[in-house]
Design a protein around this ligand. Structure first.
Ligand code: HEC
Length: 205
């Protein structure tokens, strides 16, 4: 192909001369230049053929590439970067793995919790407004009871490992300190918080 094309280029200047009467010496070239002429034809035909074949080869290749790129999306989403299990994401990280609450609120336990809350939590938390920390009036609508317990009992690890608590820290800029509650203390405070949920049907207020 390249060879033919080369000949074509060489043959070009010969063509106009071919229309004039050629000197004898050049006559010998005539058949040759007509060979170039057919060579030109051949070259362009071959060229077109080649381009056609190339397009046949390239087009499916391009389609194939597109096919793999826009292929089926991975069925499973990537695992959460936190490395926590779904239970840990729901219930938090700490000594309480699950906690089921009875529907009725224990008023005596809540009263006990109120005292602890007043001394150890109210400097930072209110129920209805954002203070040093987030308002707790609806916390049980978004957090499980075990999550709230672990936040009281194990705040440092919660802050370090739980993605949503980390996000809260970024927002509040104060790390919630460990108040050194016993599990019983924390359970009492939870009962008090529970009695003060805005949506609680039998609020102890
Ligand atoms: C020094 C201030 C401070 C004290 C004291 C404190 N907290 Fe917090 N608390 C925070 C902050 C700030 C956050 C938000 C997360 C962070 O930045 O550490 C938070 C987050 C929480 C959360 C998570 C709220 C949510 O929406 O998930 C709960 C529950 C909570 N605190 C309960 C308590 C309880 C109960 C006490 C008392 C035992 C208490 N906190 C004591 C500052 C405090």
């Amino acid at each position: 192909m390249y060879f033919l094309a080369l000949h074509t280029i060489k043959g070009m200047p010969d063509k106009p001369r071919a229309t004039r009467p050629l000197p004898l010496a050049n006559r010998r070239l005539l058949p040759c230049s007509s060979t170039f002429g057919s060579g030109l034809l051949n070259a362009s035909t071959t060229m077109r053929y080649f381009i056609f074949l190339l397009s046949l080869a390239v087009f499916p290749a391009l389609m194939g590439c597109g096919g793999t790129e826009s292929g089926p999306a991975p069925a499973t989403p990537p695992p959460p970067a936190s490395g926590l299990s779904s239970t840990q994401l729901e219930n938090g990280v700490g000594p309480i793995s699950t906690l089921e609450l009875t529907p009725a609120i224990d008023a005596a336990l809540a009263a006990q919790g109120e005292e602890i809350f007043t001394t150890k939590c109210s400097a930072c938390h209110k129920f209805d407004i954002r203070y040093v920390g987030p308002p707790l009036g609806e916390v049980l609508a978004t957090r499980s009871p075990a999550f709230v317990m672990n936040m009281m009992l194990n705040p440092a690890e919660m802050l370090e490992k739980h993605p949503e608590v980390k996000a809260m820290l970024a927002q509040f800029a104060t790390p919630m300190p460990n108040q050194n509650l016993t599990q019983d203390d924390a359970r009492a405070v939870l009962e008090y918080i529970r009695a003060h949920q805005n949506s609680a049907p039998n609020s102890a207020e």
